[in-house]
Each structure stands twice: as structure tokens, then as C-alpha cells.
Design a protein around this ligand. Structure first.
Ligand SMILES: CC(C)(COP(=O)(O)OP(=O)(O)OC[C@H]1O[C@@H](n2cnc3c(N)ncnc32)[C@H](O)[C@@H]1OP(=O)(O)O)[C@@H](O)C(=O)NCCC(=O)NCCS
Length: 196
């Protein structure tokens, strides 16, 4: 007989913009640990995450795990918002699509009505149990946009959990090996129609 897992399932909750701002340190700690970024990265990201909470169509979700003493800690976080032409990310992706030869109609179709999945992170100790997928499904449920877009770092053979998750959920290529201004790493922009 295999051992029975008695660990309580994490609690998934919708975050208001105020909730995320109030728990920003916790959320950024999940992000820094999940992305394996150097400590201190959170100080650079905090103003940006705060500004994002004010964007039209912002939505956030989080996963909390209970400790034996009853306290809860955040182990996953995801958010996004409605894409718009004045946003830096959309302008970059538009340029990336142009450079790869996409015609105007295709660009307008892809960028005309989308939800940008801006952040999705699960603490390394909690990865591999379906929490990332569950957060993403919750975040996208009931969205009115025609599609969801995201960017993720390129990795050899698409061999990491983020890539496997996105491919499993049907995300396809929008732009590959794209370099956002100010970041030397190549990124992929992926997307899929909504609903999921
Ligand atoms: C990407 C990320 C958010 C995915 O979260 P996650 O909880 O690990 O992802 P999943 O929910 O899909 O689970 C991943 C694995 O668990 C398996 N799994 C899914 N549901 C499961 C379940 N109910 N029970 C057991 N295993 C399960 C999946 O098969 C998957 O295996 P694979 O990666 O070998 O294909 C997380 O790995 C992460 O934070 N990574 C680092 C940061 C990052 O890259 N973020 C995205 C940047 S764009």
C-alpha cells in the first residue's frame, strides 16, 4: 500500500488589488525564490507590481499552505491585466511580431483583445502538485478577453515546469527568441484563445 498524503490541500483565493499590496513582501518572496533571482530583486519589482494593481482589468490569485500550528503562508501567486496599446509590453511584442514578418491583421488579431498573464510563481517546495495549473485556471476563469498572452524565458528544449505547463494548456508561439529592451535574455511570447 502506498503512503497516504495527509498534507492539507492549499487554499486558493482571489486577491483584490489591496490584498496584493498588503501582502506584497510575501508575494515577492515567492517570486524571487521561484525564479531563483538574487535577494534584493524584490525591491526593484515592488513599485512595478504596485503600479500593475491599478491597471484596468487587473486580477490576482494566490495559494496558501497551512502550517501545523494553523498559520498560513503564501506558496503561489499569479496576476495579470487587460493588455492595452500604450503599455510597454504590448509595444515590445508588436515590434517583435513585426520583425518576424507578421502582417497587420495578424498583429491586430493577437494584440487587439488579450489578458496579459504577467506573473505566475509557485515556491520551489510546493511545485509539482498542480498548484501552478490551478492558479492559472482560476485567474483565467470568466475572463472576457479573446485570448491570453505571456512571456517566458527561452530554455533549451522547453525543458522546465513553466514551459511544460503552458504547452500542456495549449499555449502556442507568438514570437520566439525575442529580446525585450533592457534584458539580454531571449524570451518566448506564447498565447492561446480564451476560455481555457
Ligand atoms: C511554472 C510554475 C508556476 C508551475 O507551477 P507548478 O505548481 O510547479 O506547476 P504544475 O501545477 O503544472 O505542476 C508541475 C508538475 O506537476 C505535475 N502535476 C500536475 N498536477 C499534479 C497533481 N495533482 N499531483 C501531482 N503532480 C501534478 C505536472 O505533471 C507537472 O509535471 P512536469 O512539470 O514534470 O510536467 C512553477 O514551476 C514556477 O513557479 N516555476 C518557476 C517560476 C517560473 O518559471 N514562472 C513562470 C515564469 S513565466
Amino acid at each position: 500500500m502506498s503512503p497516504v498524503d495527509t498534507t492539507p490541500a492549499p487554499r486558493l483565493v482571489e486577491l483584490s488589488a489591496g490584498d496584493l499590496r498588503a501582502r506584497l513582501d510575501e508575494a515577492l518572496a515567492v517570486y524571487v525564490e521561484a525564479m531563483d533571482y538574487p535577494q534584493g530583486t524584490e525591491f526593484h519589482r515592488a513599485p512595478m507590481w504596485t503600479e500593475h494593481t491599478g491597471r484596468p482589468g487587473w486580477r490576482g490569485v494566490a495559494a496558501f499552505a497551512a502550517a501545523p500550528d494553523g498559520t498560513e503562508s503564501m506558496i503561489g501567486v499569479a496576476y495579470g491585466y487587460r493588455g492595452a496599446p500604450h503599455q510597454w509590453w504590448q509595444q515590445q511584442v508588436r515590434e517583435g511580431m513585426r520583425r518576424t514578418g507578421a502582417d497587420r491583421n495578424t498583429i491586430e488579431t493577437v494584440l487587439g483583445d488579450y489578458f496579459e498573464l504577467t506573473e505566475l510563481h509557485v515556491s520551489p517546495r510546493a511545485q509539482g502538485h498542480g498548484i501552478g495549473a490551478a492558479l492559472l485556471r482560476m485567474l483565467l476563469a470568466g475572463r472576457t478577453e479573446a485570448r491570453v498572452l505571456l512571456s517566458t524565458p527561452e530554455v533549451p528544449d522547453e525543458d522546465n515546469r513553466a514551459w511544460r505547463l503552458y504547452r500542456r494548456l495549449g499555449f502556442t508561439d507568438v514570437v520566439r527568441h525575442f529580446r525585450f529592451t533592457g534584458d539580454s535574455r531571449p524570451f518566448a511570447v506564447l498565447g492561446r484563445p480564451l476560455p481555457l
